[in-house]
Design a protein around this ligand. Structure first.
Ligand SMILES: NC(=O)c1ccc[n+]([C@@H]2O[C@H](COP(=O)([O-])OP(=O)(O)OC[C@H]3O[C@@H](n4cnc5c(N)ncnc54)[C@H](O)[C@@H]3O)[C@@H](O)[C@H]2O)c1
Ligand SMILES: [Zn+2]
Length: 340
């Protein structure tokens, strides 16, 4: 399946197909110098397959983890592009999870004020979440994604076969973002996830449905002024949980796991029950060890905050949502109602 993402007069294709990596030359223009950037933890074969399809391909492996999503890594890529004599007509391909994609995409945005780049996301989270929207960037002094640029890729290739090597916990956290999109915007996808047995044969369909939601939302709100906030369902408390975990002794939570727990605070009634059941089905957490006071303390520093109010996404019924502008007291009440 190929979806097209259009923004500001330009468009690119996102192909979702099992085994497509073996036909990469049919999707990307490889008849030029190509730097294939991958991460140390990404199984070698994926970048090797891409490289083998590039007549003038070169490989660069960068260190991974959030702590390496830095300007130093960007400089490593830029130095390599310069050393290898890349021109503005050449291209870069990111093969890896969101860390590789965001870092390499940002380097592509900067080199000669922007060269073509393609994205081959290899984690479920990056396939479902970072393939649309053109956000690239890195962290600085521990502040996430504070330096970056919008640079749309020239194409995205999602080969669901790469998920076969993904550790189950990473698979589950990617699924949390898909559950998030289904809960607010696609009751049929939600039902499908409830009913599914083995996901692997239906992964292309599930990703296609999730990406359709993200494309529709981002196309409708390119400047992030309104509707796009729906993608933050579960993220206000999710970010607070990540911060609380980072500052204390609680066991680490992956981003998608924090979002999973965060969604339950923002859902009501039957919707909450169904989300909780689905999260459990896929091995995602549904509880956290923090008090309402602790969560309030960390939620207050949410960067999406405007003045005193936070724009919350609430789900009362699966497949629909409403926005709620909440002050600190309202947020506390919401948190406490879940703690009971
Ligand atoms: N640009 C966007 O719109 C956007 C959206 C969401 C998240 N992000 C960013 O994405 C990052 C998180 O991305 P992530 O969750 O993909 O994590 P990640 O890039 O850190 O990858 C997680 C781990 O999985 C390994 N890995 C990757 N593919 C694999 C495979 N197929 N098999 C086995 N192991 C594999 C990696 O080596 C890494 O160790 C964050 O920095 C976040 O800010 C960006
Ligand atoms: Zn997220």
């Amino acid at each position: 399946m190929t979806l097209t993402f259009t923004q500001g007069g330009s468009a690119y294709d996102i192909t979702i197909e099992r085994g497509s990596l073996n036909q990469v030359s049919g999707y990307f223009n490889l008849q030029r110098k190509v730097l294939v950037v991958t991460g140390e933890g990404v199984p070698r074969q994926y970048a090797a397959t891409v490289l083998a399809a590039c007549p003038e391909g070169l490989l660069l492996t960068i260190p991974e983890g959030e702590e390496n999503k830095t300007l130093t890594s960007v400089e490593t890529i830029l130095s390599e592009l310069l050393r290898l004599g890349f021109t503005r007509y050449d291209a870069l391909i990111a093969v890896g999870g969101g860390v590789v994609g965001d870092t390499a995409g940002f380097a592509a945005a900067c080199y000669m004020r922007g060269i073509d780049w393609y994205n081959v996301p290899t984690t479920l989270l990056s396939q479902a979440d970072s393939s649309v929207g053109g956000k690239t960037g890195v962290n600085l002094h521990g502040v996430k994604n504070i330096v970056g640029a919008f640079r749309q890729p020239s194409g995205v290739l999602i080969d669901t076969a790469v998920l076969d090597t993904l550790p189950p916990r990473l698979f589950a956290e990617g699924l949390a973002e898909i559950i998030k999109m289904a809960a607010t915007s696609d009751a049929a996808l939600f039902r499908r996830l409830e009913q599914a047995g083995d996901l692997s044969p239906v992964m292309e369909d599930i990703l296609t449905a999730a990406l359709r939601i993200k494309i529709a939302v981002v196309e409708a709100d390119p400047t992030e002024r309104g509707l796009r906030a729906v993608l933050n369902f579960g993220h206000t408390i999710g970010h607070a949980l990540e911060a609380a975990v980072g500052s204390g002794s609680a066991p680490p939570l992956y981003h998608g796991e924090a979002v999973a727990v965060g969604m339950l605070y923002m859902a009501e009634g039957e919707a909450r029950t169904r989300i909780e059941k689905l999260l459990k089905k896929y091995g995602l957490p549904t509880e956290d060890p923090f008090s309402a006071d602790e969560l309030m303390q960390f939620a207050a520093s949410d960067k999406k905050r405007r003045g005193n109010k936070i724009k919350l996404v609430r789900v009362d019924e699966i497949g629909s949502f409403r926005f709620q502008e909440a002050g600190p007291d309202e947020l506390r009440t919401i948190i406490q109602s879940r703690k009971k």
